[in-house]
Ligand binder design. Structure first.
Ligand code: GLP
Length: 254
């Protein structure tokens, strides 16, 4: 596992974008696994800049997103702040600014009627695409990866997962509160890639910044591997692993 410590968020974002851009330039039809959340935003902005100013070409790239709230779907007729789907986040923060082809964008469908069927299909599409070359990951404050909440099996596959209260609270504060949505209206379930699925990616790129993530990161990276902190599965990832942190997030590492 390579742990890279940067001075600040901007440097994390530049380093992560460079890893992704290098992959796209060496393998133009690569498969990216993408995450939502505030952490990868700077990385996405830098990728957009490189697309516009340095011809970084996404034409053949395929993307698979990690998760989506159940019961929520993208609604482009609504203003962005009223549509808090992960799909809308990706559209606004990355997809609409680059030349990814629509048919190469895969997103978990929070509105799927037959969720089991959908989850099996999503897994099959990842396999058909040749597997995920590079998976971008953040970490939730309870140590989750995607929406694999504490207690999720470390060999879990794509499925519907009830959200932990801490996740509901965090996401309300970060994303929903400013849209005027009441806490009671928060989604309580999500469809998420499993930990087992994430571990099949060839390269895991985990990003974290800020002191709020320091304690959970130290546990995930250097504590026991446990389903109580699903991101601790990173220690068992059989492929390449890169973790990029700022000094604040790295403060509790040994
Ligand atoms: C959500 C997402 C995760 C993400 C986490 C951290 O729960 N499902 O994939 O890593 O939030 O978000 P942030 O980057 O805003 O701290």
């Amino acid at each position: 596992m390579d742990i890279i410590i940067k001075e600040n968020y901007q440097e994390i974002s530049l380093a992560a974008a460079s890893i992704i851009a290098d992959l796209i330039r060496s393998k133009p039809d690569c498969v990216l696994g993408l995450a939502t959340g505030s952490t990868p935003l700077g990385t996405y902005r830098e990728l957009i800049r490189r697309h516009k100013e340095e011809n970084l070409d996404f034409f053949k790239v395929k993307t698979f997103n990690l998760d989506e709230y159940q019961g929520i779907g993208i609604d482009l007729s609504k203003p962005y702040d009223q549509d808090r789907s992960a799909a809308r986040f990706m559209h606004e923060e990355l997809f609409k600014h680059i030349n990814l082809q629509k048919e190469n964008i895969y997103l978990p469908d929070g509105l799927a009627r037959d969720m089991n069927n959908f989850c099996a299909w999503y897994e099959q599409e990842i396999v058909k695409a040749g597997g995920i070359d590079l998976q971008v990951l953040g970490i939730g404050s309870n140590g989750h990866w995607a929406f694999n909440e504490p207690g999720s099996s470390l060999s879990s596959r794509t499925r519907v997962q009830p959200l932990a209260q801490q996740t509901i609270d965090d996401n309300y504060e970060s994303f929903y509160k400013k849209s005027g949505i009441s806490k009671e209206a928060m989604p309580h379930f999500a469809v998420t890639l499993g930990i087992g699925t994430i571990l099949e990616s060839r390269h895991a790129l985990m990003l974290a910044n800020g002191e709020k993530k320091a304690a959970i990161l130290a546990k995930a990276l250097q504590g026991p591997v446990t389903s109580a902190i699903t991101a601790s599965a990173i220690q068992t990832h059989p492929g390449k692993v890169t973790v990029i942190l700022d000094r604040a997030a790295a403060a509790k590492l040994k």
